[in-house]
Each structure stands twice: as structure tokens, then as C-alpha cells.
Design a protein around this ligand. Structure first.
Ligand SMILES: Cc1cc2nc3c(=O)[nH]c(=O)nc-3n(C[C@H](O)[C@H](O)[C@H](O)COP(=O)(O)O)c2cc1C
Length: 164
């Protein structure tokens, strides 16, 4: 038996889910962060959960607007979404900086990046706090498939993304 840090355990339990959490602030500015701490949480009612660091920009926007699109992406857009993990929407307009094209979808309050495979339109129910990440419990308003290409996952303890 070997005791592990959480970082080391993340490498050993890879791959992990990876998705873009897309938000739109009250001024209409869209931001994207990449996230792995996501899970399906309930089927009836349909719920998804994601965990966002208190130090990031996205959490505050989800709390104020109560809306997000959660987008599992194909290889077409994976590099650009991975870049969205390297900087904060607080200081960078990532949509412009990384040349990300967005599309509006029926039933979605927040646009989705082109190259998305599976997208969920989410509405925030509650945030469970306490540690350095908030746990965002969301209702799924709509789920859609936009491409038949596989969606990417995060490998090697979140150090790269790719298909299985
Ligand atoms: C593969 C990968 C997965 C990540 N997963 C999460 C996550 O689940 N939650 C989180 O808060 N940050 C996660 N991050 C870090 C955020 O993407 C990063 O802090 C980002 O800059 C936050 O953007 P924002 O400040 O615009 O919200 C992850 C980073 C990588 C590379």
C-alpha cells in the first residue's frame, strides 16, 4: 500500500472527463473555462454537477447569471479549449484571443463553441461551498449531440486532452 497525494491519485485515475464550461455575463461577454471535475448527478430530475475553483472567474458568473452551457468537445476544438485552461476570463477575452467560433442553439441561453460534440444547457440550482472549489449543482434544461466524432478526455492528471 502506498499513500498518495490528490495530484498523484489524479494521474493514476486518468483519463477524466473534460468539457468547456461556457458562461455569458450580463453585458453579453462570453467566457470559456476547461473543466474535468464534472459528473452526471441525477437522471430524474436531470442534474449535472461541476466543481469550480474560488479563484477562477467562471464561478462568480454562473452564480450571478444562473446559466451555463457545458460542452464536451471534439478534437476539432480541443486545443483551443485546452488553451482556455491557461488564462482567466478576468484578464483575457479568450473567445477573441483563441479565435473560437460560437453558435447559438435553440433552448440554450449561452452559446456553444463550434466543434462541440455533446452540449448541455444548464441552470444553476445551488452552490455547495466550504473548501477551495464550489460544487455547482445544475438542472439540465436540454442535452444535444452536435457531431458524431468522439469527445476528448483529460489524460495524465489533466496535463493533456485527447480521444481514448
Ligand atoms: C484538464 C484540465 C481540467 C481542469 N478542470 C478544472 C475544474 O474542474 N475546475 C476548476 O476550477 N478548474 C479546472 N481547471 C483549471 C481552469 O480551466 C483554469 O483555472 C481556467 O483558467 C479558469 O478560467 P476562468 O478564470 O476564466 O474561469 C482545469 C484545467 C485543466 C488543464
Amino acid at each position: 500500500m502506498k499513500e498518495l497525494t490528490l495530484g498523484a491519485s489524479a494521474k493514476l485515475t486518468s483519463p477524466h472527463l473534460f468539457a468547456a464550461i461556457v458562461t455569458k455575463d450580463d453585458a453579453g461577454r462570453v467566457n470559456i473555462m476547461g473543466a474535468s471535475w464534472i459528473t452526471f448527478a441525477s437522471l430524474r430530475d436531470a442534474k449535472m454537477v461541476f466543481c469550480i475553483s474560488d479563484s477562477g472567474y467562471t464561478g462568480g458568473i454562473v452564480e450571478s447569471t444562473k446559466k451555463a452551457s457545458l460542452c464536451f468537445v471534439t478534437e476539432k476544438i480541443a486545443d483551443k479549449i485546452f488553451k482556455c485552461c491557461t488564462t482567466s476570463g478576468r484578464t483575457t477575452d479568450k473567445i477573441e484571443a483563441f479565435g473560437i467560433a460560437l453558435s447559438e442553439l435553440e433552448g440554450f441561453d449561452v452559446p456553444v463553441p463550434d466543434g462541440t460534440g455533446v452540449a448541455f444547457s444548464l441552470e444553476l440550482d445551488e452552490v455547495v461551498g466550504g473548501c477551495d472549489h464550489g460544487i455547482y449543482v445544475c438542472s439540465v434544461k436540454k442535452a444535444v449531440q452536435l457531431s458524431e466524432e468522439p469527445v476528448v478526455m483529460a489524460f495524465d492528471g489533466y496535463s493533456r486532452v485527447g480521444i481514448l
